[in-house]
Design a binder for this molecule. Structure first.
Ligand code: SF4
Length: 261
């Protein structure tokens, strides 16, 4: 049986930012030679793993801030840090973040129960399946399903950040399809400050249409003859060395001035 192609919010976001980046990340195997480990991915993945264990009722190993700090040490991912000192600083910050988070959660009154952690979702979009993994789904006392997404890099989050986040919109679409008739909202928690904001998807039909159109474009694009074009994103992109081998790109690309950094 031929499996239907899948697209995730991160694939779609990458394509919308730069089709060449999408091709080098997901289509062209040469792209893997240029990819570098990123400390912020390692940091975020470690924090997510600890919070997943804390909110997973079936996991009794992380129920206190002390256990969370121990779990963070155990599951620490050290890829992408430029020095041991930088890594130790990040680890100390990570320990403080998870400890503060857990103590704050335990001080708050319980108004919801966690239904899932790391919930994989799939939604048939016609030519492709939309897939995604949700950090956590809570059920509030009034029956509303709340998607929770942790952001380890941000200091603050606003309602418009949540409303404009493609992944959060996709997760709401997928959860609504899985639980028809249930109220669904999405919340982002900025772990560094524990600030949070919530929004609800306004027009699911319009999003579905847009996703189907962009999905079709992604799946049928001619990536072999795609020419890279300079954009602000290029300055911090792993594939810059690859794209600079294209003569038109190299002539048009302007390196960032030190004052712009
Ligand atoms: S360097 Fe620029 S054009 Fe090339 S993949 Fe990265 S963002 Fe896209």
């Amino acid at each position: 049986m031929i499996r239907k192609p899948t697209l995730s919010p991160s694939k779609i976001t990458t394509y919308l930012a730069c089709p060449t980046k999408y091709a080098l990340t997901y289509v062209d195997p040469r792209g893997r030679w240029y990819l570098k480990s990123k400390s912020y991915y390692s940091f975020g993945t470690t924090l997510h793993a600890v919070l997943q264990r804390f909110h997973d009722a079936g996991d009794t190993g992380v129920t206190t801030s002390h256990e969370a700090v121990a779990a963070l040490e155990e599951s620490w991912i050290d890829a992408g840090y430029s020095s041991q000192e930088e890594m130790m600083e990040a680890q100390a910050e990570g320990k403080a973040i998870v400890a503060d988070y857990i103590e704050a959660v335990q001080r708050e009154p319980v108004t919801a129960k966690t239904l899932f952690v790391e919930k994989s979702m799939r939604l048939d979009m016609g030519e492709f399946d939309l897939i995604g993994r949700i950090d956590r789904v809570d059920e509030r006392e009034d029956g509303t399903l709340e998607i929770i997404d942790y952001k380890s890099g941000r200091q603050a989050v606003s309602e418009s950040d949540v409303a404009d986040d493609l992944a959060m919109a996709c997760y709401q679409l997928m959860l609504r399809a899985a639980y028809p008739g249930r109220e669904v909202v999405a919340t982002i928690i900025a772990l560094r400050s524990r600030s949070k904001a919530t929004a609800s998807l306004e027009d699911a039909d319009a999003l579905t249409e847009d996703l189907q159109a962009i999905g079709k474009e992604i799946l049928h694009r001619d990536y072999e003859n795609l020419a890279p074009t300079p954009k602000p994103l290029c300055h911090d992109c792993d594939f810059l060395a690859f794209c600079r081998k294209n003569q038109d790109f190299a002539e048009a690309y302007r390196p960032r001035e030190a004052s712009d950094a």
